[in-house]
Design a binder for this molecule. Structure first.
Ligand SMILES: *Cc1c(COP(=O)(O)O)cnc(C)c1O
Length: 364
């Protein structure tokens, strides 16, 4: 079997795959309503929220688009804080739908700077909403969300956060930190195939929804809320992925939220130590902000990371991710979220060391 070490889609436990072989049921019947209600309630616990939570059929990016079109109107001023590909994507979606987006960008590998966000909010009182990425998957950086949220909330702005590759793996206290729309996606830390996006929606977000004029139909949170009262979704959902979620969430509940966070912290530290011990450098140079779900690594000078990845896949069945955007062909990334244990990381590190040797780099 492959050791799939990419930051989504992540490998699925056998019981989760088995759950997906179950026959279809009526998605408007009582059996499916029970599944929908169970999955929703359990997700709320993992999101640490009492807000409404909607399960949308679509990938994470669909959830991002849903957040934009449900919260904003064309011409609304939005502050987009970005330190990578996914932060940029959020800004692009908002711009596409006509928001007036100011971007505050940070260098690749650096975290969002809390003071700079404060300054940006100070300099433009008309800003209505702030878009943040909690865990920037393209660079392996986890932004200081609690501190960033504190600043955004002190200005009473709407806070929309892409927690797609952190929720359920790294601590995100949706309600306590005042996140108005928190997003995730099934194929990241949830150990489930792609197909579902999750959005937790606060009271303040509902007020923004009432004022929002951006066009919305498929993603309309008001429709989602109305149908959820009957344990349904407005449109036919990805039924099999709901089955998978229902099984994976039970496994996650058995492990426990805090234990899951601790496991990811351990795997993150282990991965970072492993690559550093080989003499490689992390993109997240300030390790305080290094992600516990994905590690981005600079290859040694002269080694093509994509060729290195090919060697690892062919020789050792270890699959790593490449770089995205400006980092394409420049870095490689190791995913360690969802179903992942120390053996998986050990195996990946052994393969990496051997692959580096094949490419002429004698790892320490
Ligand atoms: C994976 C991911 C997304 C969404 O990607 P999809 O391919 O649409 O599921 C968005 N933001 C972050 C930070 C991600 O890691």
């Amino acid at each position: 079997m492959e050791n799939l070490r990419i930051p989504g889609p992540t490998p699925c436990p056998e019981p989760v795959l088995q759950a997906m072989t179950k026959q279809m049921v009526n998605h408007r019947g009582s059996e499916f309503a029970e599944i929908t209600n169970n999955v929703t309630a359990s997700l709320k616990n993992f999101f640490q929220t009492k807000n409404d939570l909607f399960i949308l059929t679509g990938s994470g990016t669909g959830g991002m688009e849903a957040a934009i079109v449900n919260m904003l109107s064309a011409g609304d001023k939005v502050l987009s804080v970005s330190n990578g590909v996914f932060g940029d994507r959020f800004a692009t979606i908002a711009t596409t739908f006509g928001a007036d987006v100011t971007t505050l960008k940070f260098e690749q590998g650096k975290a969002d700077d809390v003071d700079a966000v404060k300054k940006a909010l100070d300099s433009d009182p008309k800003i209505k909403a702030v878009l943040l990425t909690h865990n920037e998957t393209s660079t392996g950086v986890t932004n200081p969300l609690e501190q960033l949220a504190k600043v955004v909330k002190s200005y009473d702005k709407l806070l929309i956060v892409d927690c797609i590759s952190s929720m359920g793996s790294i601590d995100v206290q949706t309600d306590k930190w005042g996140i108005d729309v928190a997003l995730s996606g099934s194929q990241k830390g949830w150990m489930v195939p792609p197909g579902l996006a999750f959005a937790a929606v606060s009271e303040k977000a509902w007020k923004a929804h009432a004022a929002s004029k951006m066009p919305k139909f498929y993603w309309d949170f008001a429709k989602a809320k109305k149908y959820l009262e009957k344990g349904q979704t407005p449109w036919t959902p990805a039924v099999s992925v709901f089955y998978a979620m229902n099984t994976s969430l039970k496994m996650m509940e058995a492990e426990g939220l805090q234990n899951i966070f601790a496991r990811h912290a351990k795997l993150g530290a282990m991965t970072r130590k492993g690559v550093k011990d080989m003499g490689l450098k992390l993109l997240a140079a300030d390790e305080k902000y290094a992600s516990n779900t994905v590690t981005a690594v600079w290859p040694p000078a002269g080694i093509d990371p994509d060729k290195l990845r090919k060697t690892l896949r062919e020789k050792s069945k270890v699959v790593l991710s490449g770089g995205q955007g400006a980092l394409e062909g420049k870095i490689f990334r190791i995913g360690h979220l969802g179903m992942c244990n120390e053996k998986d990381i050990e195996n990946a590190l052994v393969a990496l060391k051997s692959g580096l040797k094949d490419h002429g780099f004698a790892a320490k």
